[in-house]
Design a protein. Structure first.
Length: 231
């Protein structure tokens, strides 16, 4: 194997594993930050779970590639390349699904917000958390409440009064939708960068392997040829 390609791929597998661990950590943080949206979305793709899943796959793939490079095992490198291409296809499909369902997800979010705001006393904890985290007040703004004293969460407080003049001016439907959209765009950009990196790693692994190695191992052609030469 070409030493330069070997070193490059070894470094790339280490970077892949590091990216995987970073995505798991980022996914856990995203689940904590955006977890309050779970109460308002019955059908959605959770960003945190997506990050964690992709991160775990990257770590496993990196280990396979590292073993293949260090031990000079062509089949392991071919498996590494195949897994990388599979991950690339999976990420592209996830991206299409997200953008295809974006409008539907936002509609679901707005409908759920409307229902829960109409029944504020039943969903007080969920709405108060949304308003404090998103710095918003009301489904369409503070005037929608049509009361003098707004919920304390409209002013970012745990308790006490909140006059309309001191309340957040942003509507919660817009803020929640914006948070959701930014999250999905962030995932899309990150996935695009990962796809480019993963394709380069997979192509490099393919260039370092014997294209007939996997076929020989499966069919036993190499062993048969060796036996014939001995006789």
């Amino acid at each position: 194997m070409c030493e330069i390609r070997k070193v490059y791929l070894l470094i790339a597998t280490v970077i892949t594993g590091a990216i995987g661990m970073g995505m798991i950590s980022l996914g856990q943080n995203k689940m904590i930050e955006a977890g309050f949206l779970d109460a308002f979305l019955s059908d959605h793709i959770h960003l945190g779970r997506t990050f964690i899943s992709v991160g775990m796959m990257l770590i496993v793939i990196a280990l396979v590639g590292m073993i293949g490079v260090l031990l000079h095992i062509d089949i392991m490198l071919q498996i590494y390349a195949g897994l990388m291409f599979t991950l690339v296809i999976t990420q592209i499909l996830i991206g299409f699904i997200i953008f295809y369902r974006m409008d539907l997800i936002r509609q679901t979010l707005n409908k759920t917000l409307e229902v829960k705001y109409q029944n504020y006393e039943l969903y007080k904890a969920e709405i108060d958390r949304l308003q404090k985290i998103s710095s918003c007040c009301g489904m369409s703004g503070p005037k929608e409440w049509k009361i003098k004293e707004l919920p304390s969460s409209c002013c970012g407080r745990e308790n006490g009064s909140c006059p309309v003049s001191s309340a957040y001016s942003s509507s919660c439907s817009e803020e929640a939708g914006r948070l959701l959209t930014y999250g999905f765009y962030f995932v899309a950009v990150l996935c695009f960068i990962l796809v480019v990196f993963e394709v380069k790693c997979a192509l490099c692994a393919c260039c370092m392997t014997d294209p007939c190695a996997l076929f020989s191992c499966i069919t036993g052609y190499h062993r048969k040829k060796k036996k014939d030469s001995e006789t």
